[in-house]
Design a protein around this ligand. Structure first.
Ligand code: SF4
Length: 352
């Protein structure tokens, strides 16, 4: 099922699935009970563009902190709960916007019923998070190892428990650390279930490796029309997950806005220090609240083409470069002047 045909979860604070835009989420690595540190981190995530933030709730004092945290931030919060249904009830009472819990892991049917009821009463969606690393023993015995079919069968078991209680505001994730397995599992899930899908590759490593794996895995699925919300998992500052997630959405054509930066890979024709110029330019324009394309190209062979197409552009020459604005050459300037002049141009254009 393509993303726009999935079930729509619409609550006062959240909109996932159906016609909703694909959202970017991340997860705090603070102790949730440490309200000050958690609020500080959530605000940094929000400033970076996070649409949804998840918090680990491993104990009662973390659950008790939810109300205070919610009163100090303006982003929907998800409680990540394993095994203890009472924590889910506490979070629901304290205004959480969504809960991640696997109903098959919280004990008997009565526990599931209580959680489903508490969430239904308050319009709190539940994400079932199937993970290849924690598949049920019976499924590992049946399939031999984590397979897409095993992950989907696991999801089906958890879903059935919620459906038995009349609860359908479900979101699903099917994560593993293998990109091919994860992609295949989500493809299968999208055929089997009508629920919105939370995409992610898990345990991908540090920023460089994790970003590449997530871009390939999440990007492949998004381009196929699968996936309603994404999380890039990195062993890094979680704020970096937000930037990576937004970059993936932009690359997939699912998010507009902000500066689009273009620069060439350099080659034997490059006669200026383009790498340094491109890095400095990208850093200087990255956070501008403008919908513009900025191009920094190495030479006058291919450079002017891209630079002309851009709203603002530089095409390098020997120790000098051409400056463009919407296809018009504004002049030739020494290397050191190129970036300051480009930034002046961008600034002036926003004032005019
Ligand atoms: S724009 Fe010019 S310098 Fe850059 S890669 Fe292309 S040919 Fe080489």
């Amino acid at each position: 099922m393509k993303r726009e045909n999935t079930r729509e979860l619409q609550t006062p604070s959240l909109h996932i699935g159906g016609s909703a835009p694909v959202t970017v989420q991340t997860m705090c690595n603070t102790k949730t009970w440490d309200v000050e540190a958690t609020v500080r981190q959530i605000r940094a995530m929000r400033a970076a563009g996070a649409d949804i933030v998840r918090l680990a709730v491993p104990d009662t004092r973390s659950a008790m902190a939810i109300e205070q945290i919610k009163s100090e931030v303006d982003v929907p919060l998800v409680a990540d709960i394993h095994f203890d249904y009472r924590l889910a009830l506490l979070c629901a009472e304290r205004g959480i916007d969504k809960i991640r819990i696997n109903p098959g892991n919280i004990g008997d049917a009565e526990n599931v019923r209580k959680v489903a009821l508490a969430c239904r009463e308050r319009q709190i969606p539940i994400r079932i998070g199937v993970n290849a690393g924690s598949l049920e023993r019976r499924l590992l015995e049946k399939y031999g190892h984590p397979t897409p079919e095993a992950l989907v069968e696991s999801a089906q078991g958890h879903i059935d428990l919620l459906l038995a209680n009349g609860f359908e505001d479900i979101c699903l994730s099917m994560k593993s650390s293998s990109v091919p397995l994860t992609v295949a599992a989500y493809r299968l899930a999208s055929e089997c279930f009508p629920y919105p899908l939370h995409l992610g590759i898990t345990e991908t490593g540090t920023e460089w490796n994790g970003t590449i794996q997530s871009a390939v895995g999440i990007g492949t699925l998004l381009m196929e029309g699968i996936g309603n919300t994404i999380r890039v998992s990195l062993t890094a500052d979680p704020v970096r997950e937000v930037s990576a997630g937004i970059a993936i959405l932009k690359a997939a054509g699912l998010r507009k806005g902000g500066v689009r930066f273009v620069s060439c890979p350099t080659c034997g024709r490059t006669e200026i220090d383009l790498i340094s110029l491109a890095e400095k330019t990208e850093a200087a324009v990255r956070d501008l609240d403008r919908e513009i394309t900025v191009a920094v190209m190495g030479c006058v062979v291919n450079g002017p083409g891209e630079a002309r197409e851009a709203d603002f552009g530089i095409a390098g020459g020997k120790d000098r470069g051409l400056l463009f604005r919407k296809g018009e050459v504004l002049g030739t300037y020494p290397y050191e002047e190129l970036l300051p002049r480009l930034l002046d141009l961008i600034r002036e254009s926003s004032e005019s």
